[in-house]
Design a binder for this molecule. Structure first.
Ligand code: 3PG
Length: 307
């Protein structure tokens, strides 16, 4: 029987697993579940006998992909697919997909919550500031960026965006101001919300040159990937600009250096939680299962990322 492995070191909510199971079994396939594994070798072993794989931030390395003797498709239930070795998948003729948009609202809500948390002194009872009338820069206008922009307008923020891959008119239709360069975005906005993927071009691209352009009272919110920020620049900015704040959904490698020194100006969630809602798990998990069923039954390659 065709087997679909759901391998999640950080499991989906039980209600999402039920939905994934229903989708898979109704299609006549079998669900294999590997949750909360701590050793990457467990994934290498589990993938050996399956036809399809659903993952979250789990690493689909070359070793995992090569171990999948019958593997035809990998779906990352979520947005970022920097955890899949796309070259290894392509070399083996394996289709890789993501599920764009399915968990975006959860991430967008967290980004807004993080802005409020920093503006209100980490909820420690001190006098803070409001988001209303402040300028927010959305760095990359994909699914999450668009949703953050929409919620931020409800807060009365003035929203700006930079994304060279999205037509100006598409962004402007949402009532968002388009700037012509990334430098302009950072020099204009007191708040920046990062939504760029992690790839060879973007890693460490948020550097001192860029962030030091931000106006007084600058706050960067990172619900994207820890790799996009240059950590030396982050440390320099925190040291040189007492007005600067950084909040992240993924701890940078230098977390231990920052947490004690910059209390109130630096915060990181203990574990990535942008997509940790039952709604996001249901949406992304079931979408992943449906995409696999459609691919295996009808050859549907919508959302393939290794074309
Ligand atoms: C994504 O890329 O979709 C988010 O970073 C969520 O990742 P997660 O499923 O591991 O929480």
């Amino acid at each position: 029987m065709t087997k679909i492995l759901v391998a999640t070191e950080k499991p989906f909510a039980a209600v999402a697993v039920d939905g994934i199971k229903k989708t898979i079994t109704e299609a006549g396939f079998e669900l294999v579940l590997l949750e909360k594994y701590t050793n990457p070798n467990d994934l290498v072993k589990a993938v050996a006998e399956v036809d399809a794989l659903i993952i979250r931030s789990d690493k689909a390395t070359k070793e995992v992909i090569e171990a999948g003797r019958n593997l035809k498709i990998i779906v990352r239930a979520g947005a970022g697919y920097d955890n899949i070795d796309l070259n290894a998948a392509t070399a083996k003729g394996i289709v890789a997909m993501n599920t764009p948009g399915q968990n975006s609202n959860a991430v967008a809500e967290l980004a807004m919550g993080m802005m409020v948390f920093m503006a209100r002194g980490n909820f420690k009872g001190v006098s803070g500031s409001e988001l209303k009338n402040k300028k927010l820069g959305i760095h990359a206008y994909g699914w999450v960026g668009k949703m953050v922009a929409n919620i931020a307008k409800g807060f009365g923020m003035q929203v700006y965006a930079f994304d060279p891959f999205v037509e100006k008119s598409v962004i402007e239709k949402d009532g968002v101001n388009v700037v012509s360069s990334v430098e302009e975005l950072y020099s204009t906005c007191q708040y920046i919300s990062l939504h760029i993927p992690a790839n060879e071009k973007t890693k460490k691209s948020i550097n001192f040159d860029l962030i030091s352009k931000m106006p007084k009272g600058a706050t960067i919110v990172n619900t994207a990937r820890k790799e996009v920020i240059c950590e030396d620049s982050l440390k320099k900015m925190l040291a040189e600009r007492p007005d600067f704040k950084y909040i992240s959904d993924i701890a940078p490698d230098c977390h231990a250096d920052l947490v004690s020194t910059y209390d109130g100006r630096y915060y990181s969630t203990p574990k990535k939680q942008g997509a940790e809602t039952s709604e996001a798990n249901i949406n992304a998990g079931i979408a992943a299962a449906k995409q696999i069923v459609n691919f295996l039954k009808n050859g549907d390659r919508t959302y393939q990322v290794n074309k």
